[in-house]
Structure formats: C-alpha cells, structure tokens
Write a protein that binds this ligand. Sequence first.
Ligand SMILES: *[C@@H]1O[C@H](CO)[C@@H](O)[C@H](O)[C@H]1NC(C)=O
Ligand SMILES: *[C@@H]1O[C@H](CO)[C@@H](O)[C@H](O)[C@H]1NC(C)=O
Ligand SMILES: *[C@@H]1O[C@H](CO)[C@@H](O)[C@H](O)[C@H]1NC(C)=O
Ligand SMILES: *[C@@H]1O[C@H](CO)[C@@H](O)[C@H](O)[C@H]1NC(C)=O
Ligand SMILES: *[C@@H]1O[C@H](CO)[C@@H](O)[C@H](O)[C@H]1NC(C)=O
Ligand SMILES: *[C@@H]1O[C@H](CO)[C@@H](O)[C@H](O)[C@H]1NC(C)=O
Length: 489
Amino acid sequence: MAAADVLVVRHSVVSLAVAVLFVTFPHVSATRDPPHETRYFNQYLDHFNYASHGAETFQERVLVSDAFWRKEGPIFFYTGNEGPITSIWNEVGFIKDLAEKFEALIVFAEHRYYGESLPFGETTFNKENMGLLTVEQALADYAVLITNLTASYCEDPDVCPVIAFGGSYGGVLSAFMRLKYPNLVAGALASSANVYMSAGLTPGNELFQDVTEDFRRYNPRCPERVREGFAEMERLAGQGKQGLHEISSRMRLCSPLQHHADLVNMYRWVREAFTVLAMEDLPYSISNGPSLPAYPVNASCDLLLKASDGIEGILQAVGMLYNFTSNLTCFDLHRDFVPCADPTGCSLMPGAQAWDYQTCTEISLLESTNNVTDMFPPDAFTEETRAAHCWQRWGVTPRPGWLATQFWGKDLKPSSNIIFSNGDLDPWRRGGVLQNVSSSIVAMVIEGGAHMMDLRVPNPADPQSVIHVRQQEAYLIGRWIREATNQRE
Ligand SMILES: *[C@@H]1O[C@H](CO)[C@@H](O)[C@H](O)[C@H]1NC(C)=O
Ligand SMILES: *[C@@H]1O[C@H](CO)[C@@H](O)[C@H](O)[C@H]1NC(C)=O
Ligand SMILES: *[C@@H]1O[C@H](CO)[C@@H](O)[C@H](O)[C@H]1NC(C)=O
Ligand SMILES: *[C@@H]1O[C@H](CO)[C@@H](O)[C@H](O)[C@H]1NC(C)=O
Ligand SMILES: *[C@@H]1O[C@H](CO)[C@@H](O)[C@H](O)[C@H]1NC(C)=O
Ligand SMILES: *[C@@H]1O[C@H](CO)[C@@H](O)[C@H](O)[C@H]1NC(C)=O
C-alpha cells in the first residue's frame, strides 16, 4: 500500500467537509487499520437440520476491533465473502473510518468454507462434506454471531443497532441479511452486489460486453486490436497442430496447446485478464493481491496499441496481470486459470473449490461471449454446460430458480434500508440494483468507479464521485442508527 494512502484517510471520510491532502497526523495508520483481535466462534455445522450433525460445531474466524467502540454504539458487521477474512480486512478501509465517526464496534466475520473457517478441517472439500456450504447456512452463522455479540457487548442488547456491510458476493450477503434478519440488522451497505445476476435474473451477455465497453471508452481502437489478435489466433488454429504451436510460442505458454479445448481455455484465460483489469480500473495503483498500475485499462490499452500486432498486444495486456511480478519466463495457464462454474475461472487456492461448489448450486453466473456485443471469441456458457461440469466435479445439479425464490428475486420493495452502490466502470454492475427501489432502498452510482470502490481504503486520487457517495452512505447509515435507537427507547 502506498504511503500516501495512509496519510489521507482521516480527511476523506471522517472530516468529510475538509479535503486536505498530504497532511501528516501522528496516529493516522491506526485509524486506517485499528488494532483488532482474532476470535473463533463456535457455530453449529447445520443450523437447519437438528438430526444431521446434532450439536456438532466448527470454529468460525471473526476479527473484532473495539478501538472506536462506545458502549451502546452501533455494530458494523462485515458479511465475509469468498476468501480469507484477513485479506478482506486489509482491502476494506471505509468501514473503519465510519466506525470512528460513529464509535462503532467493528466485526469482520469469515464465511464458512473459506480461510480458516473450515467445518471439516482437511477433509472440508471432499464431496460428501460440501452440502453444508449454502448461502442460508452462512447467513445463519452471521445471525447467530450477531445475537451473541449484542448479548455480550451491549448492556441492553436492544440498543446497539447492527449495520451489515459487504462488497461483491459479500455485498449480496449483506443485502440478504437485511431481507432475512431485519430483527437483527438495521440496514445494509451492499457494494457491487450482483444480486440479480446471482439469482439468474439477467440476460447473460452483459459482463463481458461491459468489459469491452470499458476498453472502448478509453480508446475505440483497443477492442478492435483485441479482435484482430483473436481473429489471427483463429486463423492459425485453423492450420492444425502447427498453428496451435505458433500461438503457444507467440503467447509464451509454458506448455504448448495440444487440442482445440486447450485453445478455448487459453481464450478464457485471456478474457479473465481483461475482466480483472476492468474491475480494478482504479485511479491509483494497488498491491493487495496482484499489483496493478493506476488506470490499468488505460495502461493496458496503450500497450495493446503500441504492440506490433494483435497477438503481441494481447500478450502485453495479459502480462500486466499474470506477470505482475515481472519474473515469469512463460505463462502457466493451468496455474492461473482453472475452469469452473464461474466463467471468469477459479484458481488453485482452496477457497476456489468452495466457490466452484457455490456456483454449482445456488449462485448463477451464466455469462457468455459472442464476438458481436463483446470483443471475445464466441463462448456460450449455458445451463447445460454448467450442469455437466457440476455433475462431473461435485455430483450435484444446479437449481437455477432457487436463489430468486429464497431471496425475493427482483421484488425487493417490501424490505428497507439497503444501499446498493456500483461503479459505472465495474463490468459486474448490471448484475445488481442500479435504480432506486423505494425511498429507503437506494441505488448509488459512482461515476468513474471500479468494483467495490467505495469500500476500499480512501485514497488521495479518489474522484469526487466516490467521495460524494461515501458522504451519502455515511448520512443514510447515521439515519438508520438514529431510527433504530429511537424505536427501541
Ligand atoms: C458468545 O460466544 C462465546 C464464544 O462461543 C461464548 O463464550 C459466550 O458465552 C457467548 N455469549 C453469549 C452472551 O451468548
Ligand atoms: C483513463 O481513461 C478514462 C476514459 O476511459 C479517462 O476518463 C481518464 O481520464 C483516463 N485516465 C488517465 C490517467 O489517462
Ligand atoms: C515478464 O516480465 C518481464 C519483465 O518485464 C519480462 O522480461 C518477461 O519476459 C515477462 N514474461 C513473460 C512470460 O512475458
Ligand atoms: C516471482 O516473484 C514472486 C514475488 O516476488 C515470487 O513469489 C515468485 O516465486 C517468483 N516467481 C518466479 C517464477 O521466480
Ligand atoms: C469475430 O468476428 C469477426 C467478424 O465480425 C471475424 O472476422 C472474426 O474472425 C471473429 N473472431 C473470432 C475469434 O471468432
Ligand atoms: C436514488 O435516490 C437518491 C436520493 O434518495 C439519489 O441521491 C440517487 O441519485 C438515486 N439513485 C438513482 C440511481 O437514481
């Protein structure tokens, strides 16, 4: 993280009105990252079936900070998503600033089957142990934990309002917490939450279309260049083995493509790189995970246009992501990209297995490409392709309609107090809520904003749009807290 990140945090959110940059404060780093404890909380393996595992429990990892906590203050609860909660803690800075402002207890809960929260230890990812990985079980974990927290921290458990926060799939979960447990959660900030896409309620060609659009927006010649590169690869592939060999060598692959299926996998690996560059199109460089330069779309597009031809251009662009360490001698497709029920691919990390299972069951991510509305080779990811993979890998068949039935589909109106925020550069945004649903279920669009941008650690390079959205979010959250507190008095 750049030193400059550290300096500005206090200003951009806590003293919202004063946008003073580059002023040193003695304890600023503590503000961005308040000291926290790691706790392990006993959760029932199965919240819904009393007979299946009896009273057996597993340990859920929870990060807690009471650095800003005032007794009877609110509890800010991050609903962990598909990864170790420690890395989410590092990436999400806005909540900590808000917690200081509202004197809140900060809690980041890890999602079951990710990080250290493995219900069956080393055998967690065995097929027969996967059945307890559902959205419902994860939400129940959070609900039980919240009940325990309010009981242990608040002298009068009725007075500490809980606000749920989450980004991406975690944003989906924070919104669902408000839908399902309004008795426990006074409101939710759901950032880049693709609730409609996850429930299979979107057309299925928007994600990669919007990746393409991000590149077109910077320079219309960019998507053309990418298309040229793919067309040249297709031409070479048409020549058989020799052609596949030439593609492999020009793309610097560690092991040469053997079959057409390998080529398709390579295309998806390329597509994933462009998707990440578009998602992470931030005005500052990042280093939590792969390090990328500021405005990676602009930067990779410049490389594409400077390259001698389309294939070389694609190579340069994907190198920005996969070779961010600048030390690879060749690209190992099988390391970077594991095909799964998420068309953007999975990794070799243990959590990726869990995510594959989730996208094989409740979560739909059926996004395809067609080389017409997007710049990528045609690749239809259908319910049938998904079902075939899921049966082969996990012995399960997806139930496409279930999530919409269980979590209200597109009819969110009966709920209240949810903010859905999205960056207009984030290719996932059309999977979420972009229109106001009611006076208290509001959509906020961050102009020039990337994936989960509002939740990130505030940065001096943040555009006015994200600063403004964070102010509105702080205002609404303040109102929910006041309302919840008044109701209870
Ligand atoms: C909360 O959970 C902890 C750890 O599992 C337990 O020791 C404690 O008794 C619980 N507190 C309440 C009030 O339920
Ligand atoms: C990056 O491109 C966008 C247009 O897509 C433009 O608004 C922005 O100013 C560019 N940033 C830089 C640093 O070139
Ligand atoms: C990775 O980056 C380094 C430094 O720019 C470069 O020398 C190397 O060839 C790149 N590797 C690949 C596979 O492109
Ligand atoms: C490249 O550098 C990274 C980080 O510095 C290191 O973890 C990795 O092992 C290196 N890879 C190779 C192929 O040398
Ligand atoms: C994409 O479509 C163009 C025609 O619009 C065609 O020339 C090109 O070969 C297609 N590319 C791929 C990879 O199919
Ligand atoms: C939703 O309503 C709020 C005011 O409550 C407004 O600031 C915001 O711009 C609206 N969002 C959209 C997408 O129209």
